[in-house]
Design a protein around this ligand. Structure first.
Ligand SMILES: Cc1ncc(COP(=O)(O)O)c(C=O)c1O
Length: 369
């Protein structure tokens, strides 16, 4: 009984902290005795619109088959994605959320003695996936909260197998343009796999952000990962995908859990992909909400990091933890990001107009105390 199973875990895992998700509404309701319906959750970059009716119908149509395993190859969804993006089916890998894609990459390409490079203030799963397989996580200092791509290039060494870059980045919302991505990809050694995480790309309208897929033909070491969790509104179903060279997709497929994407998720993602109306609504709601929050922050005299995603990081200028606690007590859940090296910030997901208004009103009250 005296065996210390923490010290028996591989060293990289011992140094990890578990991923902390946004606080669930029901948990806060239980803890504080609040009415769940009165709670506003703007903490997990979810789509505030609720699911599309076409998605609900697709899921209903699938229910009679629940006793069967899903199509382990996800053929129909892969085919639809391949058609949509003008790539071969052999270039598409499906994941249980795009999180799964990041883990497949780490499992297939990283090991003790090797490393992955990513930016400071980048998505927490990059170090988790890297250290979970015993590889070294190399976080490169950020520049104005965003990726310093030159410094990231300089951090690549002979043992680097993977670079994770997010555009836009979570939790900062920062982004880089077409020229920066082109220069970066041209300079990265060909043997280093570049994972371009485009979880929020559908929100980035107006051509300010590059479409990573347009770089695939010139850069066989590029993998673009995307998700149905955000603009398509399917976070609960866990479905994401990667598009990359067939040889890399083949490698990922070797370490993929059989049936990693369930049948409801496959059907829902196909329906979501066709639902242009929902996507347009998601974008419109997001840009209106982003503007609403920016106007509110300006009125409150707060600074924020300009964002192209469905969230915004606001700087309170002092330790944000007590404000976060006060917001929770009022039934407003946002995301503290001290764990990302941003202790004075709160990350706020864009909600509906009334959710945003409630958040701003409660924030104003709390700051006035
Ligand atoms: C940058 C980034 N990448 C990937 C993910 C994973 O999302 P999912 O697994 O839901 O596709 C997230 C989720 O918040 C994210 O912020």
């Amino acid at each position: 009984m005296s065996c210390d199973f923490l010290s028996l875990a591989q060293p990289g895992v011992q140094q990890l902290s578990p991923y902390i998700p946004g606080k669930p509404v029901d948990e806060l309701a239980r803890e504080l005795g609040l009415d769940p319906l009165a709670i506003v959750k703007l903490a997990s970059n979810e789509n505030p619109l609720g699911p599309s009716p076409r998605v609900i119908e697709a899921i209903r149509n699938e229910l009679d088959e629940l006793t069967r395993y899903p199509d382990g190859n996800g053929f129909v969804l892969k085919q639809r994605l391949a058609e949509r993006y003008g790539v071969e089916i052999s270039q598409v890998t499906l994941g249980n959320g795009s999180n799964d894609i990041l883990e497949l990459v780490a499992r297939a390409y990283l090991a003790p003695g090797l490393n992955a490079v990513f930016s400071e203030h980048a998505f927490a799963v990059y170090p988790i996936a890297t250290q979970a397989v015993g590889a070294q996580a190399k976080a490169v200092p950020a520049k104005q909260w965003g990726h310093d791509l030159d410094a990231m290039l300089a951090a690549i060494d002979d043992n680097t197998r993977v670079v994770f870059i997010a555009n836009p980045n979570n939790p900062t919302g920062t982004w880089f343009g077409d020229d920066a991505l082109a220069a970066f990809l041209a300079a990265v050694p060909e043997r280093v796999l570049v994972v371009l995480d485009e979880a929020y790309i559908e929100y980035a309208e107006g051509g300010a952000l590059p479409d990573g897929l347009t770089f695939l033909a010139r850069h066989p070491n590029l993998l673009v990962s995307r998700t149905f969790s955000k603009a398509y509104g399917l976070a609960a179903l866990r479905v994401g995908y990667a598009i990359c060279a067939p040889v890399i997709a083949d490698v990922l497929n070797r370490v993929r859990q059989p049936f990693n994407v369930n049948s409801l998720a496959l059907a829902a993602a196909c329906a979501a992909l066709d639902d242009a109306e929902y996507l347009a609504l998601s974008r419109a709601c997001n840009s209106a909400g982003m503007q609403q929050l920016e106007v509110g922050f300006r009125r409150l005299g707060l600074q924020w990091i300009p964002s192209r995603a469905n969230f915004i990081a606001v700087d309170l200028g002092f330790d944000a933890a007590p404000v976060n606690q006060a917001l929770l007590r009022e039934g407003v859940i946002v995301r503290p990001v001290a764990g990302y090296g941003m202790p004075t910030f709160l990350r706020v997901s864009i909600g509906t107009e009334s959710e945003n208004a409630r958040f701003l009103a409660v924030l104003e009250q709390v700051l006035a105390r």
